[in-house]
Design a protein around this ligand. Sequence first.
Ligand SMILES: [Zn+2]
Length: 195
Amino acid sequence: MHSTDSKLWVDGWYRFAKQVHSPNFGPRPANCKVQLVVIHSISLPPNEFGSDHIERFFCNELDHNAHPYFKGLEGLRVSAHFLIKRNSDLVQFVSCLDRAWHAGESTFHGKENCNDFSIGIELEGAEWAGRFEPGQYETLSALCSSLIGEYPVLHFAGHEHISPGRKKDPGDGFVWSKLQRSLGLPDVFFQQTRV
Ligand SMILES: [Zn+2]
């Protein structure tokens, strides 16, 4: 007999993620199909890893006096569905059934407002810091495989690709071919810049 405990997804929440509920989300538009994963990178303060500042930021609980950089974040209301930390820990803030606030002004394949139809995944890191941890790729790959099981036609793009000129994350340090190879998907599902 199967129990509901064995389900990978319950109401858009992933079983292997630690849940930290963010108030920054809303409903997706009616009849909107999820068709895109947006990969981001973030570090708070920039280039410092290992604190819980990102979780606090997405929950509107960041202490804005704790660091000069945080002053500039005051009043911002943002979130992502997932965060993968440097130690591979996976945190989920918003149900995938709902719309998280990660992309801002953005366009994918001619469609605007990518938050409507995407899932946002933040990697703890910095677009200029050069690399992400091997364990982050492993967690990302497992998560994306599971997402493909839920949303069969899923494309993958970086924030820098859907908001060019405005955003640079995840940056050159993110190796798209690593993710693509681990998922076994053809080029057509990826939007990375090719050189
Ligand atoms: Zn971003």
